[in-house]
Design a protein around this ligand. Sequence first.
Ligand code: GLC
Length: 528
Amino acid sequence: MDKLAWWQRDIVYQVYPRSFQDSNGDGVGDLAGIARRLDHLVSLGVGAVWLSPIQPSPMADFGYDVADYCDVDTVFGALADFDHLVAQTHGRGLRLILDFVPNHSSDRHPWFLESRGDRANPRRDWYIWRDPAPDGGVPNNWLSHFGGSAWEWDERTGQYYLHSFLKEQPDLNWRHPDVRAAMYDVLRFWLDRGVDGFRVDVIWLMIKDALFRDNPPNPGWKPGESSHDRLLDFYTADQPEVHGIIAEMRGMLDRYGQRLLIGEIYLPVERLVTYYGHELGGAHLPFNFQLIRAPWNAGEVARIIRDYEAALPPGAWPNWVLGNHDQSRIATRVGPAQARVAAMLLLTLRGTPTIYYGEEIGMTDVPIPPAQVRDPAERNQPGIGAGRDPQRTPMLWDASAHGGFTTGEPWLPAGALGGSVAAMEADPDSILHFYRRLIALRRGSAVLTAGAISDVVARGNVLDFTRFHAGHGLRILLNMGTEPAEVEAAPGRVLLSTLPGGPAQADAGILRLRANEGVILAPEDAAG
Ligand code: GLC
């Protein structure tokens, strides 16, 4: 285990700052609130905290529209609060990871104000401007991820600018060396303040086709799906030149030593793994979202694990993610009864796990009435399931009003309070205590932290795999079905079950799993 870097040993925990803990009663979470709750993360056993964006922002996309890359939005606090949070985090042996949003800025960023000021402005080409098509229309057929064309007409200067997301999020031109230099200064600004790494937003979209060719139609698109998916992202995503930029970012981080580069990437596995970079000089962890999209059955999940492991280039370190601020929560996707099985899967697979805040208390999506919708993705394309408010609701700390998240009116409604941290503290059989035991087991086990993985198979509804290291092995058996199941197993000791009062022993060659039960099994003679 000693040979591993911190980000290979540690578990990443994503905090969505608006929703974690409010400290001043304005209904929006803040940095002082996060600092107050760090002990929860210590008791959970995670090692690194990733914060979704905290920089000044008009909040058109809740912080993913940055108006100043080197400051803190007043809703979250000030740079002094950030420095305090770094000290508090490091003081507890935790690492701090920031979101970095380089593909686009806010349309209120001074760079964009200059760029759109006039065509002769030296910053004009910091963004992506094009003349109209001969008929006066948009330059090409590229579409915004949030609906409609990706081009916005600018009356005053008579050109269109590109926005892969909202029109309030103009795309920066990463082919421009001055943009790159300015953004690397941003990385240095935060690295010098002690940040341990970055999660880079939409890293696979940062470069677009130099010839601005039309994207081809997507034959698989069906009415009712996001309008963005009418076309295939041929010329707007995963362009070869992006790897040069990622290598530059990585080089910068490496000069600081032991800093982590995570990339947000939604691509098929054979494309995803190219983001480890040439000679692994790319992202340390290209986020692996396959479990988010997987049909929840043993056969599919076994295949995904095998294919991913087989696709990893030599020396690449795997990672797994069950949820984030853009995706329906795991306990909603697979149902509360399978949430613990999902946790056991995440925390026994090979590679760095990422937990989304609230997963440890089994939080589910909170339905948001139409009048309370905040997410522009839902507002722009209502009713197609694009909205992300349900998975961004306040963390539930206790049974007081709004789950103890705020003394004011929360920006999104809190869910039912039965499942709060405080309620679960009192119940040794709660999912929270289960998470703690599972994480403690993983952290104390060289097999689970550093070991290889093999024999990944489905036996009916049971997902079965083995982890091994230095002569020790552990077998993971996860019943992903709603019926009891039996599997052949050599005599051994159940180190942990997802359910209270689990089978202590696998004897007579048979292990009986209850519905929705997962176990970590140690052979009789092994220390684990
Ligand atoms: C990423 C973020 C998402 C945001 C988008 C545009 O996908 O995770 O929340 O809306 O980028 O920045």
